[in-house]
Structures are given as C-alpha cells and as structure tokens.
Design a binder for this molecule. Structure first.
Ligand SMILES: Nc1ncnc2c1ncn2[C@@H]1O[C@H](COP(=O)(O)OP(=O)(O)OP(=O)(O)O)[C@@H](O)[C@H]1O
Length: 253
C-alpha cells in the first residue's frame, strides 16, 4: 500500500479464506448522491480493525449495510458468509453498537439488557455477566436517562457482548469514555480478538486507534483510500495521524 498515492494494494485485508466480514464491490446511493463507491475488504478472526475517515466519509453507512439496517445499491456486505438478516441467530454471532442515544430512557440498564436477552433467548444470568464485563453493576438499576455518555457506551457494549458473538461492530465506542474507560475498552477489544474474534471499530480518536488496532481501513468520500496493517502504514516513522492526514488531503485535492 502506498499511502502517499492512496493506491491500495490489498494485503492481509484481502484474503477471503475464513473471512468473518466480506465486503465486495459495495456501493450505496441516496438519490443521485453516491455515498459508498465500490468498497471491497475482508476481515479475519483475531483482528481489530480501525475504520477511519472524515465526517461524512461513509463509515456509519458501511456499518449499517453490514448489519442489514440498509440495503446496498450494488455489491455485497456479508458476515460469516451471509447477509446479516439471513443469519440463524445474528445476536449470537454479531454484537453491534451504532447509536447509544437511542436507548430507552425510562428503562434501567439491567432492564435494557434483560429485554435484549429475552428477545434473543439468552438467559438472565448472562445479563449479570455482561454488566460485570463493562463494570456497570453499580449503576445497573438506574434509569438510562440518568446515564452519562460513557455509561451509555458501556451499556451498549454490554448489549453487544450478551450473545457471546465472534464479531463486534462498534461506531465510535471511545466517545465519552474517560481515560480509564478507554484503557479498559482497549484491553477488552484486544482480548476479544485474541480469543478468535474480529472487531471493526470506527473512530476519530487516532491516538487511541493507534494503540488499539492492528489494521486500518481509511475511507474518504465513500471510497477506500488506504488499508493495511498499522505497522506497515506507519513503517517510515510517521504517526497514524500524519499518515491519515496525508492520505485524506491527497485524495481530496
Ligand atoms: N438516509 C440517508 N439519506 C441520505 N443521505 C444519507 C443517509 N444516511 C447517510 N447519508 C449521507 O451519507 C454520507 C455518509 O454518511 P455517514 O454517516 O456514513 O458518514 P460517517 O463517515 O459515518 O461520518 P461521521 O464521521 O460524521 O459519523 C453523508 O453525506 C450523509 O449525509
């Protein structure tokens, strides 16, 4: 991958064997506006992938297509070889946190998780485990409307972890977390990947991403501007932020 030209030479992100996520020639239009343009990448087990790009680049749209929340205009977005909506028990395979602002405000954190668990046939005992995993036990009986943004993020993550999935899809999960929360999130995501999972995490916090992920996808104006292992991308001594700014300003010019 030559990040100075934005030329993507697929590396570890391009093998299709045992792919947990397989995105092929994915495009999305809203009316005449092309939001995603011919996006292709795969993610394999044991990886944490940072999904980067300026505001409006198309990151959330990609995640929504992966989760069956919107339909592609063309191409495919597959998880475990299937469209999300065709998976037998999606909650047990894919955990996702897209928008922590749409949690029911009058429910407590514990009630929120119990509703999710009931819908997915997951025992209540797992709710307690998930609360413990995100260190939210002390606030579990408070109404969600009283939660800080960081607490909502933790609750969203608890919901994502309920079904013990192998893929986590997270939209800006570090948003609102305090330094200890970020450290905890980093360790949690690394541990998840080390146990054979895959994580796709969008973020604007490049310093944090640089400490957490092992590979990145950089999206710009709906196109994949760069992809590859973090250590290769930063091999010439530049920080991830420098590489990112060089790529996004080059492509925009
Ligand atoms: N339902 C929709 N109808 C029309 N346009 C949409 C719709 N959803 C997203 N878009 C547009 O698609 C583009 C990409 O949006 P998206 O939310 O995917 O970007 P993003 O990379 O996640 O940005 P941010 O970093 O700001 O969250 C934007 O121009 C947005 O306005």
């Amino acid at each position: 991958m030559d990040h100075r030209t934005g030329d993507v030479r697929p590396t570890a992100l391009a093998s299709t064997r045992d792919a947990i996520v397989s995105v092929r020639s994915l495009s999305k239009r809203y009316g005449d506006v092309i939001v995603l343009d011919d996006l292709t990448f795969t993610l394999e087990e044991g990886t944490v992938t940072g999904f980067l790009g300026p505001n409006g680049a198309g990151k959330t749209t990609t995640l929504r297509l992966l989760l069956g929340l919107a339909a592609p205009s063309s191409g495919q977005a597959l998880v475990f070889g299937h469209r999300y909506q065709d998976l037998d028990s999606p909650v047990r395979r894919v955990g996702a946190v897209l928008d922590v602002h749409d949690l029911h405000p009058a429910r407590s954190g514990r009630e929120h998780l119990r509703v999710l668990a009931l819908a997915a046939g997951i025992p209540d005992s797992r709710v307690e485990e998930a609360l413990a995993m995100v260190e939210l036990e002390a606030a579990a009986d408070r109404r969600v409307r009283t939660y800080s943004l960081g607490m909502r993020q933790r609750l969203g993550l608890a919901g994502a972890l309920l079904g013990e999935p192998r893929l986590l899809v997270l939209d800006e999960p570090a948003n609102g977390l305090d330094p200890a929360g970020m450290q905890w999130l980093r360790a949690m995501l690394r541990g998840f990947a080390e146990r054979g999972g895959a994580v796709l995490v969008s973020s604007h916090v490049l310093a944090e991403v640089g400490q957490t992920v092992d590979q990145v996808l950089i999206l710009h104006r709906g196109r994949l501007a760069a992809s590859g292992p973090l250590d290769q991308l930063t091999a010439d001594g530049q920080t991830l932020e420098e590489v990112y700014l060089a790529i996004t300003s080059k492509v925009a010019a």
